[in-house]
Each structure stands twice: as structure tokens, then as C-alpha cells.
Design a protein around this ligand. Structure first.
Ligand code: ADP
Ligand code: ZN
Length: 271
């Protein structure tokens, strides 16, 4: 993925990495921060306390990449620890509230490179503050896409699989999956395949099949590959493990986060 070219050395700037869950925001953040460390720049890395399901002292991606980080309760805490830093990395920016915006502006004005990763939309597809505000003021924006677990198309939405809780409910693959716009809109009618199963029909055909099943008759036969039935990119390769990484397993350890299938009050959708 491309990285901003270096502006003048004394100029600070803001980079924002946004997308759905599983889209690789954390991987990209870690990649940029590691490169800065290799260049012997002074790097400080932060994540909100709300998201301590896997590790308190590391940022960890769904693919198990990790980098040491400091856990903070508020955006203001970044200022306290950033005096010496040249590069600041912040994950899960959507949990840090509106004050993240002036904090990032202040750091950039001080000449620092500020990189923030976070969800741009909540589970309803609404802009997830303060990320939209950060997008407006950032010099560099990267939008990452996941793979829709239903049909295999590029996914920019995070679908919540349970109908409980408010905007912020912390969880992993037991609660959330990446979906494309269409499968997101289909909601529960677009069924993700069981692990190990192969997707052979497009979402609307799956929905038609279930309507027919409810009506007690088989769906009509259609010419495979015929007109109006383009091959879904997912038909051969659905994501076999949609987010069910070791990180998710750790996140669900009782006492550290959400027990599998249970919601924790006042918790948050993880980016
Ligand atoms: P984010 O921070 O955006 O939630 P991460 O960087 O933590 O994403 O994880 C990205 C990794 O998640 C991918 O490289 C891949 O290994 C894994 N993954 C799990 N489910 C999906 C999916 N549906 N689409 C893409 N990647 C997925
Ligand atoms: Zn889809």
C-alpha cells in the first residue's frame, strides 16, 4: 500500500486509515509504524482502553501482527506521552471521542506525523465520529476494504450478526462480519456460509431459495453461467475463517472481554 511521501522535515501531518472491520487497518498501521521504527524515528503508539480484549500492551491485527502500544482512557492522554515522539500511531480512533480531532491537530502543528486507524462506519453504516471529522482535516487518507463473507466482493461495511445492543458493542467474529454494500442491505436474508462450505449461489438467489423453501417448493432451475447470472467472485473462494482468528478467541476469554455469544455492557465495536 502506498505511503505518503515526506513533506518538509519540520512539517507535521495527519494520516487516516479507515474501513470496515477485517479490512486491514491495523495491519497497515503496524506496517507504517514499523517502517518508522526501522528508520530510527521516535514512535509512540496508543489504543483506547475500551479495546483491551486481546492484549493491553499491544496493538494486534486479526492476522496476528502485533506492536507494543500504550493503553489510554482519553485522547488527551496522547499529548502527555507524545513530547519526544516524531511519529504517533493511534488505533481504534472511533473510540476516542471528538477530542481526538483537536489532539491530532495539535500534534501535527508541533511537527509530528500522526497516523490514526479506525472504523469509518458503525454497524448501521452511519459515519462513526470522530473519524469523518479526521478524514476532513487529514493530509493523507487510506480506505481499506475487506472481503464480503457472503459473496466475496470487496466489503466496506461491518455487519452485526445479533440484534442487540447500541452503537458500541465490543466483539469479534462472533458478533461482526465484513459485508459488501448489497449483502449488508440484505441483512439476515444474506446468509454467510458455514465454515468449510462453498458459496455456489449469489445472495439474491440464496434469498430466493430460502423463500421457496419456506413456501415448500424448490426454486426454479436456471442456466448456470447464463445471462443474468454472472459468476460471483466469491463462488469459488468464500473466506473460510471470517475473522475467527486466535485474536478473536483470546478476545472472548471470560473476564477479559465478551464471552462467546454474550454481550458486555458498555463495550464497543472493534475496528
Ligand atoms: P482491521 O484493523 O481493519 O479490523 P486487521 O488489520 O486487524 O483489520 O486484520 C486484517 C486481516 O483480517 C486480514 O489480513 C485477514 O487475515 C483477516 N481477515 C479475516 N476476515 C477477513 C475478511 N472478511 N476480509 C479480509 N480479511 C479478513
Ligand atoms: Zn456481498
Amino acid at each position: 500500500m502506498s505511503e505518503p511521501a515526506h513533506p518538509l522535515p519540520s512539517t507535521g501531518w495527519i494520516e487516516v486509515i479507515v474501513g470496515s472491520m477485517y479490512s486491514g487497518k491495523t495491519e497497515e498501521l503496524i506496517r507504517r509504524l514499523r517502517r518508522a521504527q526501522i528508520a530510527r524515528q521516535r514512535v509512540e503508539i496508543f489504543k483506547p482502553r475500551l479495546d483491551d480484549r486481546y492484549a493491553r500492551d499491544h496493538i494486534v491485527s486479526h492476522s496476528e501482527l502485533r506492536i507494543p502500544s500504550r493503553t489510554i482512557r482519553s485522547a488527551r492522554e496522547v499529548l502527555r506521552h507524545a513530547h519526544e515522539a516524531q511519529v504517533i500511531g493511534i488505533d481504534e480512533g472511533q473510540f476516542l471521542g471528538p477530542e481526538l480531532v483537536p489532539v491530532c491537530e495539535k500534534l501535527a502543528r508541533q511537527g509530528k506525523r500522526v497516523i490514526v486507524a479506525g472504523l469509518d462506519q458503525d454497524y448501521k453504516g452511519r459515519p462513526f465520529e470522530p473519524m469523518p471529522q479526521l478524514l476532513a482535516i487529514a493530509e493523507y487518507i487510506t480506505k481499506t476494504l475487506a472481503i464480503c463473507v457472503v459473496c466475496g466482493a470487496p466489503a466496506n461495511r461491518t455487519y452485526r450478526k445479533v440484534k442487540r445492543g447500541g452503537r458500541v458493542v465490543v466483539g469479534g467474529s462472533e458478533l461482526y462480519e465484513a459485508r459488501c454494500r448489497r449483502c449488508f442491505d440484505l441483512g439476515p436474508r444474506a446468509r454467510a456460509p458455514e465454515p468449510g462450505m462453498t458459496v455456489t449461489r449469489r445472495p439474491e438467489r440464496l434469498a430466493a431459495a430460502s423463500r421457496h423453501a419456506r413456501a415448500g417448493r424448490p426454486p426454479g432451475r436456471r442456466r448456470a453461467g447464463g445471462r443474468g447470472a454472472p459468476r460471483s467472485p466469491a463462488s469459488a473462494t468464500p473466506t473460510p475463517n471470517h475473522g475467527g482468528s486466535a485474536r478473536d478467541a483470546s478476545k472472548t476469554v471470560p473476564g477479559r472481554g465478551v464471552a462467546r455469544g454474550r454481550l458486555r455492557p458498555a463495550s464497543g465495536l472493534r475496528a
